[in-house]
Write a protein that binds this ligand. Structure first.
Ligand SMILES: Cc1ncc(COP(=O)(O)O)c(C=O)c1O
Length: 431
């Protein structure tokens, strides 16, 4: 029935003309609308309905932002984007491989190459989402070509773009999730895999838990099982530490040499613009250009984005970048001590701010969860909102049921003292 309905528009002769001569879609689409409406209703019933809210929140009180270093409002970044748009036009006009690749793409990639500690290549894509799709398009097409088996062993709480990338229709390519942060579980997955190649997939800084992956453990585990490689999503860490790339842990060069197969650095978070920078061996970059759908079939990033990203990367890799990162870290450590000072006042609440073990770098996002009643976080979000602060309430399917939480991100523009003052007030009135 569904197949018949969905096939109908592809047969123009079967679509009746309306009396006015224009096509009437009401009748054939009625059952389709019914299916859509029932799916939406189920979402509503589950309390999971999302709303596309128009943001009127000032950056000073918006704790959903990933613009950790406030680069999106940097005057030089805006000017560089505007100049590029004035010079090259508002849009890029075609996909990178259909038209001519804009030389600003190459300029970004050359700039990034300077920070990669090995002779690898960078590839800039429209978004982090497309970069993650792109790299797995290339891996699946090349690694399984001769019938080799590949097991992708992925953090079960990994970002949706990573799942979109790894879920490929290829019989010899299997996806096996492992529990977030459970390295023993990952070990069992690796031990049980008989595939010729294994690819472990993690986020350097988990976007919803605020936890850092452990480079040393990951490196050791991958090395234990030959033919095992690691792909790291650095959407939330790229630009956040000195050195820019492979940043989630200083020890990454020691621990992951020969194991790492690629990294995705996000340009829509700390870099403040948009886009995803894939960092891979040259050969894998070549494969991306042959097989990756987002590079071949999607309009490439606009000149504004390219100009702004290039400028932001220049600033972040210079002394101003160092200062901005230092300032952010000092805001985060102030947050931590203010939260500690709340003592028993916050006893029903867990407030977690991730810290990278070897580098002591703090995550620019905190997770707040109620110890007994996960749903209570939604009431807290409402109280924050009544006081003019936007603190997103994160619920399934973004995070597992029972782990509903507030995700509080911090940027250079935030005043953590007033945030903690308000938190203390909200938990008192929500009791
Ligand atoms: C971990 C992670 N990877 C990838 C992405 C996708 O990046 P983009 O927003 O640039 O598409 C996000 C976005 O939030 C993310 O959090």
């Amino acid at each position: 029935m569904v197949a018949r309905i969905l096939n109908q528009p592809s047969d123009p002769a079967a679509v009746p003309d309306s009396p006015s001569g224009s096509l009437s879609f009401d009748a054939p689409l009625g059952p389709v609308f019914g299916l859509i409406e029932r799916a939406l209703e189920e979402r509503r019933q589950q309390g999971l309905y999302r709303a596309d809210r128009v943001s009127r929140v000032s950056p000073l009180t918006d704790h959903s932002t990933n613009d950790y270093l406030a680069m999106s409002s940097h005057p030089e970044v805006i000017a560089a984007g505007s100049n590029a748009a004035a010079r090259w036009g508002a849009g890029s006009r075609s996909s990178r491989l259909l038209g001519l690749s804009h030389d600003l793409n190459q300029a970004i990639e050359e700039t990034a190459r300077g920070w990669i500690p090995v002779d690898w290549a960078a590839t800039f894509l429209q978004s982090g989402f497309s970069a993650n799709l792109a790299v797995f398009d290339a891996l699946v097409k090349t690694l399984t070509r001769e019938g080799s088996t590949v097991d992708v062993i992925i953090d079960h709480e990994a970002h949706s773009s990573l799942f979109a990338g790894v879920r490929q229709r290829e019989r010899s390519w299997k996806v096996l999730p492992f529990r977030h942060g459970d390295w023993a579980h990952l070990d069992r997955r690796l031990a049980g895999s008989t595939a010729a190649v294994r690819i472990v997939v993690v986020e350097a800084l988990h976007s919803m838990n605020g936890t850092f992956a452990d480079a040393e453990r990951l490196g050791a585990l991958c090395r234990q099982y030959s033919g095992t490689f690691l792909f790291v999503d650095e959407a939330h860490t790229f630009g956040l530490v000195d050195g820019m790339f492979w940043s989630f842990c200083d020890g990454i060069r020691q621990h992951l040499d020969g194991v790492l197969i690629g990294v995705m650095g996000g340009c829509g978070k700390a870099v403040g613009v948009s886009g995803g920078l894939l960092v891979t061996p040259h050969l894998l970059r070549e494969a991306c250009f042959q097989f990756s759908r987002p590079l071949i079939y999607s309009t490439s990033a606009s000149p504004f984005v390219l100009g702004a990203v290039l400028k932001s990367l220049h600033i972040l890799s210079g002394p101003e970048g160092v200062d901005r990162r230092r300032e952010l870290q000092s805001i985060l450590s102030e947050f931590e001590s203010l939260i500690q000072n709340l003592g028993r006042q916050k006893e029903s609440w867990d407030v977690h701010l991730g810290q990278c073990r070897p580098t002591s770098i703090r995550a620019p996002l905190a997770v707040i969860r109620h110890r007994d009643d996960p749903g209570h976080a939604q009431r807290l979000a409402a109280l924050f909102s009544e006081s003019g602060r936007f603190v997103p309430y994160i619920r399934p399917p973004t995070v597992p049921r029972g782990t509903e939480r507030l995700r509080v991100s911090f940027s250079l523009q935030h005043n953590v003292e007033s945030f903690v003052g308000l938190f203390s007030h909200c938990i008192a009135v929500s009791r």
